[in-house]
Design a protein around this ligand. Structure first.
Ligand code: NAP
Length: 328
């Protein structure tokens, strides 16, 4: 069958596995978090020639997480990096090819699709975008040094490690308020530091937070420094209106100021919402026939390893079906 970039008609590209190049694949998966690895386990196991282009740091966000206690199947928990290495090995077992490289450019306007990395060009009948999202950072110097040593970007993941400690949450959106409320189950105290005096969060979450006796708000303030030896022991906050600085003793600092989807290389190639998240229709399909998306790159609501893995599975099944239909 011959068809065009929009999936119809004729372009001169024969849609079958007849391209023999080593760089040509049935499926190219961009990104190696739980979504990408899970999808590859399914597509490789279904005998589709699959390549994962992992990015420069294979494994995604879980590589910087400590213990994961809520991924089913590990009753005693598992370290994030170990979980990702397990997924990688499971994927390799079924023959997935893997390249540790960054994708620099894609061309979805022709078939087969073209994927450019620093060193090579790959072609594919179908593409899965699973490049994830990156939590927004405070952007202050000690932040990097304390990551995993008191700073967290995910309360659901790390909250239980901060039992009976003084906790600070930064942000004024739904995530910050939901995380603060969750963290009151563990922390001795929970303070929300927000840079304005009005919250962006929905009214219902605001009401719940205001009613929660364990949550205290600190308005018009931002975190300007982080102190501690091996772990965070205190932070310095600054009142944006009067410039006053104050020290707060804290054991845990949760940064909940939003996420940035990793989609810059797809700009102009596929439909995204105003925040840059890939728009999916009909479960995992993008607006380009044959290009799919799964995980945090389109899901800004759940953002869990297990939901990303679930979306990866869904995308793989959709790809399998899509390829089978096109090839008949
Ligand atoms: P968000 O809505 O973009 O809110 C980010 C918050 O962080 C804002 O209050 C913002 O302040 C603040 N902020 C941004 N950059 C900052 C910086 N550099 N320093 C200090 N503060 C900064 O992000 P989100 O809360 O993660 O929510 C993302 C999306 O998911 C939203 O659409 C939200 O509704 C949705 N969500 C829904 C639920 C739910 O329905 N239960 C739960 C979680 C998330 P300003 O307000 O001053 O801009």
């Amino acid at each position: 069958m011959l068809y065009q970039a929009d999936g119809s008609g004729e372009t001169g590209h024969s849609f079958s596995s007849d391209i023999k190049s080593d760089n040509h694949f049935d499926v190219i998966i961009i990104g190696s978090g739980p979504a990408g690895y899970t999808a590859s386990i399914y597509t490789s196991r279904a005998k589709l020639k699959t390549l994962i282009i992992t990015g420069s740091l294979p494994g995604g966000q879980l590589m910087t997480t400590s213990e994961v206690e809520n991924y089913p199947g590990f009753p005693n928990g598992i370290f994030g990096p170990e979980l990702m290495i397990n997924m990688k090995q499971q994927s390799e077992r079924f023959g997935t090819a893997m390249i540790t490289d960054e994708v620099k450019k894609v061309n979805f306007n022709q078939r087969p699709f073209e994927i450019y990395t620093e060193s090579s060009i790959y072609t594919a009948e179908s593409v899965l975008i699973s490049t994830g999202a990156t939590p927004r950072k405070l952007g202050i110097e000690p932040e990097q040094a304390f990551a995993g040593r008191g700073i967290s970007y995910c309360a659901t993941c790390d909250g239980p490690f901060f039992k009976d400690q003084h906790i600070v949450v930064v942000g004024g959106g739904d995530t910050a308020l939901e995380e603060a409320s969750f963290l009151t189950k563990f922390g001795k105290s929970v303070k929300i530091i927000h840079r304005r005096e009005h919250l962006r969060a929905s009214k219902i979450l605001q009401e719940r937070a205001f009613e929660n006796p364990k949550i205290e708000f600190v308005w018009n303030s931002s975190v300007v420094d982080i102190k501690g030896d091996n772990k965070i022991s205190s932070i310095i906050i600054k009142n944006i209106k009067n410039g006053e600085e104050k020290k707060l003793n804290v054991g845990g600092l949760f940064v909940a100021i939003g996420h940035e989807p990793n989609t810059s290389i797809f700009k102009g190639q596929i439909e995204m919402d105003d925040k840059g998240y890939v728009i999916v229709n009909n479960y995992t399909q993008t607006n380009i026939d044959g290009v799919f998306a799964s995980g945090d790159v389109h899901d800004h609501r759940y953002r869990q390893a297990i939901t990303a893995a679930g979306f990866g599975c869904m995308a793989a099944l959709d790809i399998e079906k899509w390829l089978a239909e096109k090839r008949n």
